[in-house]
Each structure stands twice: as C-alpha cells, then as structure tokens.
Design a binder for this molecule. Structure first.
Ligand code: GTP
Ligand code: MG
Length: 150
C-alpha cells in the first residue's frame, strides 16, 4: 500500500489546527501509520526542501519551517500520495479550491499550513528523512474493508 509524508507546518500548530488537518485526511480513509511532534532543525529543513535550494524563497521557507514545532505523519492508502495532495489543495492558498485544507484555512503561499509529498520518489525519501523504520506501524483496522474493497 502506498505511503506519503505530511507535515502540519508551524502555522498549523500555532493556530490550533493539528486535529482539523489530520482529521480531514483520516476521514478520507487514509490510515495514520506514523505520527510525532518535533522542531525541525535547519539541517533537516535544508535536506527536506533541497530541491528548492536555488529558489528565491528558499531562505524564508527554511526560516518558516524551523520557526516553531511541527507535527509529522505518514499516511497509508491506495494512491495515498495523490489523494493527500488533492485534499491539501494548490500550493498557493489563493488558488486552492474551497473544501481543500489550504483553500479553507490559508491565505498566503508562505503560510500554507501543510506539506505533502509530491511523488513516489519524494515520499520514500521524505519518510526516511523523518522516521526510523520502527516508528512506522503496520496494522489492520476493522473498518478497512468498508473503505477499500478487497
Ligand atoms: P510542500 O508540500 O510544502 O512541498 O508544498 P508544494 O509541494 O505544494 O509546493 P512546493 O514544493 O513547490 O514549495 C514548497 C513550499 O515552499 C510551499 O509549500 C510554500 O510554503 C513555499 N513556496 C513555494 N513557492 C513559493 C513562493 O513563490 N514564495 C514563497 N514565499 N514561498 C513559496
Ligand atoms: Mg513540494
């Protein structure tokens, strides 16, 4: 089953939206298989957002993501990466559809509440950056057959 990484960013935590953000993804049917609170170090932030190193917003992005605690999670489900990105909405909340997390809670691109992996390769890379294998739990839920047909 596919897995993806999410981060409730510092603004999401400060605004009291940890539960709201995770609840939306849980309600979708995705299974939480890893979850923890942490403060991201500069080094980890630069690794995580390494693809954006040359972009003009890189310094402010690292500043933002390291500025206060975050909640990091791994979600599992069929097409988990695509489904999570769709539930999160467009990068810029101005463009994010109402009903998406960024479209319902965000206003500006520099405070867009949540990160979600954008592909299979980045998901694997990011999960390994943030979690040790033993921190991820494989388990069955009684409701699983009511969410995903056998
Ligand atoms: P993530 O899930 O956080 O990776 O967002 P994304 O995949 O929707 O967007 P992308 O990876 O392109 O950009 C990473 C993050 O950098 C975004 O979520 C924004 O917080 C920030 N960002 C991207 N573009 C801009 C920009 O033009 N200006 C500013 N200030 N921040 C930006
Ligand atoms: Mg991204």
């Amino acid at each position: 089953m596919e897995r993806t990484l999410i981060i409730v960013k510092p603004d999401g935590v400060q605004r009291g939206l940890i539960g709201e953000v995770i609840a939306r993804l849980e309600r979708r049917g995705l299974k939480v298989v890893g979850l923890k609170m942490m403060q991201i170090s500069r080094e980890l932030a630069e690794q995580h957002y390494g693809v954006h190193r040359e972009r003009p917003f890189f310094a402010s992005l690292v500043e933002y993501i390291t500025s206060a605690p975050v909640v990091v999670g791994v979600l599992e489900g069929p097409k988990a990466i695509e489904v999570t990105r769709a539930t999160v909405g467009a990068t810029n909340p101005v463009d994010a559809a109402p009903g998406t997390i960024r479209g319902d809670f965000g206003l500006t691109i520099g405070r867009n509440l949540i990160h979600a992996s954008d592909g299979a390769e980045s998901a694997e890379h990011e999960i390994n950056l943030f979690f040790r294998p033993e921190e991820l739990i494989s388990y069955e839920r009684a409701v699983d057959p009511w969410i995903v047909e056998e």
